[in-house]
Design a protein around this ligand. Structure first.
Ligand code: MG
Length: 235
């Protein structure tokens, strides 16, 4: 069984900035921060972004603060999605529907989004219901830990029949989290990172977008690339 994990922002869809706006408004609403700092979002987990905001504004990084922030963020996200011009990214509907038709392929999420935020975004853009499992950004500060969760769940769901995992994402952190769990990785330049930036992280396949279904399919169905530098790492 092949498992394909999709990142959300910059890979499946773009919210046109709704996510970032919702984060900043949640910080203002819950903690009175008038001008939220410019913390990096790309490839980060929501928990990690929360921690970065807390650090930037002298807010103690406690579970209580995180839960307040998370709840306010999800409420704001729901409000912001219709006020931003986002879209499903090229090739996604065809790729997802092709993968769903394959009995030997399972598709999941590997995202820094909190689970409820992921569901809101996917439902809003008509992609809800395709991804039965995955790893989310509710708990872990770092994406590699999310990848471990996602892979563990995939192994459980596929009853030990998992032979290969492929991560599809738009940031160097997607590539590194795939490596952390021995997965192959397709990097796609539909987010904020250029082809050159993504190439430096050495994905197995680098694409401008996912609109060339046959090219993606050829990669997914061929034997896993040999990477001796990985030290014989196995799923
Ligand atoms: Mg992304």
């Amino acid at each position: 069984m092949l498992v394909v994990f999709f990142d959300i922002d910059g890979t499946l869809l773009t919210t046109g900035g709704a996510g970032g706006t919702a984060m900043r408004r949640a910080l203002t609403r819950q903690f009175g921060v008038e001008h939220p700092a410019d913390v990096p979002f790309s490839g980060r987990t929501d928990r990690g972004i929360g921690a970065a905001f807390f650090a930037a504004h002298g807010i103690e990084d406690t579970d209580t603060h995180w839960q307040l922030f998370r709840r306010a963020y999800v409420e704001e996200l729901k409000r912001q999605l219709p006020h931003h011009q986002g879209s499903v990214l090229p090739g996604i509907p065809a790729l997802v529907s092709r993968l769903r038709r394959q009995s030997n392929v399972a598709i999941g999420l590997l995202t820094g989004n909190v689970r409820s935020g992921a569901e809101l975004k996917l439902d809003y853009y008509g992609l809800g219901g395709h991804f039965a499992f995955g790893g989310f950004g509710d708990v872990h500060h770092h994406r590699d830990r999310v990848a471990h969760d996602a892979l563990a769940e995939a192994k459980q769901r596929t009853n030990g029949s998992l032979t290969r995992a492929v991560v599809i994402g738009d940031t160097p952190l997607d590539v590194s989290c795939a490596r952390a769990v021995g997965a192959d990785v397709i990097a796609v330049a539909t987010g904020i990172h250029s082809r050159d930036e993504l190439a430096a992280s050495q994905p197995d396949l680098l694409l401008d977008d996912l609109s060339d279904l046959s090219r993606v399919w050829e990669f997914l169905t061929r034997a896993a690339p040999a990477r001796p530098e990985a030290g014989g790492r196995r799923l």
